[in-house]
Structure formats: structure tokens, C-alpha cells
Design a protein around this ligand. Structure first.
Ligand code: HEM
Length: 483
């Protein structure tokens, strides 16, 4: 009898499915038709929409070709249907700025399900309102503090030096791996004060397992990628919980030495242990991904532009010589004063588009610049098209750090770190770390880059992990003053 019930239900579902799908599509069309200002565009196929075309473009060297084709047809803002949701794609800097500036009553973050499951509900990337502002403010203020920058500078110099000391002439170095190792250790130290050692190795290993699932199928069953990643996260959370307990037991009032201290010292009682440990782990992602990729891409672009490399080397050698003569170690202010090196980093951010764009979901009908964004739809602010727009940047595909001598980077035409209430709180840190790395690298080594190419999807990285053959520039004419 039970068996017949199952057969009946399945048969009914199979018969009804096409009607539901067609009905949904018609509803979307009707909704679109009613709104005179809904951007032009097409929603593609039922369910998959235009996702397959988006992905096939994303894997090429020009992922923006998906956008370019539609920009010509429909304008800078158009409608589409990607990753399971009707979506307004914005390649218009002003529209994107409005979206980023809006609060959670208007737009909330929207991420793929595998990512939200792995991050956990209390991740800063997913929380909204006063709690997000509080956590963002605490983290941002700490990352901006001179004491942290001093500590990061010392640690970074130490780790970079340790890593480079082992490089021998003509050795093949995989730069992406090296930078990942350095940046991960730096961030973990800034977050929970863990030094290199057994626990760091454990964390590194678990983190690899965790991050592999961020863009996986959202199926949490034994054996699946998501399942393994969630297990790895659990093991990391256990370690962070242990550190939290130790600190709570010791309960010593002291100046915060890492992000965990900053959040533990917060008196608001909104910050539970689960929120703390979830966020400590999520905050490691830029250490393993965005920052090392920024360093690697800078070296990639410099390898392809000898003039910029020469200029950068001269600027850094000048600083190194001056500090040696003064017998002073380099401090973070010295690195930030390297104008051309900073311009190289800015240009790398523009061309590299490490975060291609940001997804938000509309909480109500929104009208921006005459475009209607219906409640429940997603908006994809696609930074890459803005950063490579020839109306905004002359010869946009040319690596030209000199352009930043005249260009203002504080405009909505340049948003590698997002904007508004969720503007990346780690942006100073990312620049500082990259600057320190470049300084030590170019003043000590020349290199020949082997053939490699940039992969843009699902995350930006070098296909072959950026193999380079290094040569020590000289037996240093003066001892490193930086340590
Ligand atoms: C090249 C390096 C980096 C890039 C390109 C980058 C980019 C971004 C972008 C575009 C956002 C905005 C996300 C949104 O609006 O939803 C963001 C947010 C964030 N970033 Fe970064 N980031 C980098 C490095 C870092 C570092 C080193 C940290 C430090 C741990 C960090 C921590 C965060 C946090 C906590 C947020 C979320 C802020 C919030 O939602 O309130 N990022 N980042």
C-alpha cells in the first residue's frame, strides 16, 4: 500500500513539473513586462538560465566577454539568470556604487549554497545590520592600528627572509605556493597569535581541505567534497574553541595582541564563541587566497613589463641603501612611502580582478538610475568590466602602473576591495604585505618566469602556480638592515 502512495506522488510530480516550470517562467516574464524600467536582457533556459555560457566565458582569458556581448546589445546594466537566480548584472560604476552603499534593508549578501554552509550563519560575510557593523568596525580598527602594522611588518620580514634564504641559484620556485605559505602564516598570527609549529601545520592542512569545498556542489553526504570540507572546518573550530577557552580561563585584561583578543574584549555579549570561531576561520581565506594571488600576479605582470620592473627595483634599492646608511630597520611607513611600488600594486588590483564582483539580493523593489531591480532578484556588481572599460582606462589591457600618477583611485571606477559598509577591512594589510614581499624579492633576486597563464574561475590564480627560475642578484653589498 505504502508503495502505491509513493508511485502516485512521484507520477503527480513528474506530470506537474513542466506546468510549474512554465508557470514560473511566465510569472518572471509578466513581472518583467510590468516594470517598464526592468533592464533589458534575457533569462535564458529554465532553471539554468545563462549559467553555462557565463561559466564557459569565465574559464577563458577574457571572462568579461559574457558581459561585453550583452553590454553591446542591452547596455551597461542588463538582466540575466545565473547560478539559479534571476539577476541584474551591473557593469556600470554608479549603479554598482549605489548597491554597495545600500544597507541590509535594501540589499543583503548572496553567496552560493556550498559557501554559506561552509561559512556558517554567523560569518561576517553573511550577517547583517548592527552585528555586522560591530564586527566590521572592531576588525577594521585593529587592522588599521599602528601596533598591528608594526607586528605584521616584523613577522612578514622574518617569514619572507626565511622562505627566500632557502632559494638557490637556478632553482625553480613556485611563487604562488611560497606566497600562500607566507601570507597564511601572517594572517593566522594576526588572528589568533599562532606561531609556525605543529598546530600551524595542522591548521594549514585542515584549511586546504576546507577551502576546496567553497565552490563545490551543495550536497552534504559522506564522501562528498562539501562533507569533507565541513569535517575539516569542525576540526579547526575545535582548535579555535580551545584557544578561546584558554583565554577566557586566564581572563587577563591586556592590550589586544590579535583579532581574537579584540573580539573577546568586546563587552556587547553579542559575540558568541561560535561566532568568534566561525569568523576566525573565514578570515583566514584572504591569507590563503586573495593576498598571495595579489603578490603572485604583481610578479607576473612585472615579468611581462621590464620597464616597470626596472623602475620598481630602483625605487626599492634606493630605500634599502638609505636605511642601511642610517642603520635603521625598515618600518611599515617606509614600505607605504614606496610610491611606484604602491602604483604597481594598484595596477595589479585593477588588471587582476582577484574578486571579480559581488552578489547581493534585493530585499525590496529598488529603483537605481532608472533601472528597476525587483525584490528577490540578485544583483551582480561586476567590477572586472569597470576596471577594464576603455572609456575609463586608456589601453585597459596594458599593465601601466604610471597611469596611477594621475588617476584618482578613490572613485567608483576602482573597487577591488568593494565599498560602502562592507568595504574590505583588510585592504591596508593586503597592500602592506604585498609591498614587503615585493621589496625583499626584487632587491635580492632576478628571475626568469616560465610559461604560465592566469585562470579566472572559480577563483583567480596561476595555472601552473607561477614557476620562476631565480638567481640571487649579488652577494649582498650590505647586510640586510631590515631584520
Ligand atoms: C588582495 C586582497 C583582498 C581583496 C582583493 C579583498 C577584497 C574584498 C572585497 C571585494 C570585499 C567586499 C565583500 C562584500 O562587499 O561583500 C571584502 C570584504 C572583506 N574582506 Fe577583503 N580582500 C582582500 C584582503 C583581505 C584581508 C587581508 C583581510 C583580513 C583578514 C580581509 C578581510 C575581509 C573581511 C572581513 C571582509 C568582509 C567585510 C564585511 O562584510 O563587513 N580581506 N574583501
Amino acid at each position: 500500500m505504502d508503495h502505491w502512495w509513493v508511485v502516485c506522488v512521484i507520477t503527480t510530480m513528474v506530470l506537474l513539473a513542466p506546468i510549474i516550470i512554465l508557470g514560473r517562467k511566465r510569472r518572471l516574464r509578466t513581472k518583467a513586462g510590468n516594470r517598464t524600467h526592468l533592464p533589458l536582457g534575457t533569462l535564458g533556459w529554465p532553471f539554468i538560465g545563462e549559467t553555462l555560457e557565463f561559466i564557459s566565458c569565465a574559464y577563458t582569458a577574457r571572462p568579461e566577454s559574457f558581459m561585453d556581448k550583452r553590454r553591446v546589445k542591452y547596455g551597461k546594466v542588463f538582466k540575466s539568470h545565473i547560478f539559479g537566480s534571476p539577476t541584474i548584472v551591473s557593469t556600470d560604476a554608479e549603479v554598482s556604487r549605489f548597491v554597495l552603499q545600500s544597507d541590509a534593508k535594501v540589499f543583503v549578501p548572496s553567496y552560493p549554497r556550498s559557501l554559506t554552509e561552509l561559512m556558517g550563519k554567523s560569518s561576517i560575510l553573511l550577517i547583517n545590520g548592527s552585528l555586522q557593523r560591530r564586527v566590521h568596525g572592531l576588525i577594521g580598527a585593529f587592522f588599521k592600528s599602528p601596533s598591528l602594522k608594526t607586528q605584521i611588518t616584523q613577522d612578514m620580514q622574518k617569514y619572507v627572509q626565511e622562505s627566500m634564504e632557502s632559494w638557490e641559484d637556478d632553482q625553480l620556485v613556485y611563487l604562488q605556493d611560497q606566497t600562500k605559505n607566507i601570507a597564511f602564516q601572517i594572517l593566522v598570527k594576526a588572528l589568533i597569535s599562532l606561531d609556525p609549529g605543529e598546530e600551524m601545520e595542522f591548521l594549514k592542512h585542515q584549511f586546504q581541505e576546507f577551502i576546496a569545498g567553497l565552490m563545490s556542489l551543495p550536497i552534504n553526504l559522506p564522501g562528498t567534497r562539501l562533507y569533507k570540507s565541513l569535517k575539516a572546518k569542525k576540526r579547526m573550530v575545535k582548535l579555535v574553541h580551545k584557544i578561546i577557552q584558554e583565554r577566557r580561563t586566564n581572563n587577563m585584561a591586556r592590550a589586544p595582541r590579535d583579532v581574537l583578543d579584540v573580539l573577546l574584549n568586546d563587552a556587547s555579549e553579542q559575540l558568541t564563541d561560535d561566532l568568534l570561531s566561525d569568523n576566525m576561520i573565514d578570515l583566514m581565506i584572504p591569507g590563503e587566497d586573495s593576498v598571495p594571488v595579489l603578490m603572485t600576479l604583481a610578479v607576473k605582470f612585472l615579468s611581462d613589463c621590464p620597464l616597470a620592473l626596472q623602475h620598481l627595483m630602483e625605487e626599492n634599492m634606493k630605500l634599502k641603501r638609505r636605511k642601511h646608511e642610517l642603520e635603521e630597520p625598515l618600518c611599515w611607513g617606509d614600505y607605504m612611502s614606496l610610491t611606484f611600488t604602491q602604483n604597481v600594486i594598484t595596477e595589479t588590483l585593477r588588471m587582476g580582478n582577484i574578486i571579480i564582483g559581488i552578489m547581493r539580493k534585493a530585499m525590496k523593489d529598488v529603483n537605481i538610475k532608472g533601472y528597476m531591480i525587483p525584490k528577490g532578484w540578485c544583483v551582480f556588481t561586476y567590477f572586472r568590466s569597470v576596471h577594464l572599460d576603455e572609456q575609463l582606462y586608456e589601453e585597459p589591457y596594458k599593465f601601466n602602473p604610471w597611469r596611477w600618477q594621475e588617476t584618482d583611485m578613490g572613485t567608483s571606477n576602482f573597487t577591488p576591495f568593494g565599498g560602502g559598509q562592507r568595504l574590505c577591512p583588510g585592504l591596508d594589510l593586503a597592500r602592506l604585505e604585498t609591498c614587503i614581499f615585493l621589496h625583499h624579492f626584487v632587491t635580492q633576486f632576478s628571475w626568469e618566469a616560465e610559461e604560465d597563464s592566469i585562470v579566472n574561475f572559480p577563483t583567480v590564480r596561476m595555472k601552473r602556480r607561477m614557476p620562476i627560475r631565480v638567481k640571487r642578484r649579488w652577494d649582498p653589498p650590505f647586510p640586510s638592515a631590515s631584520l
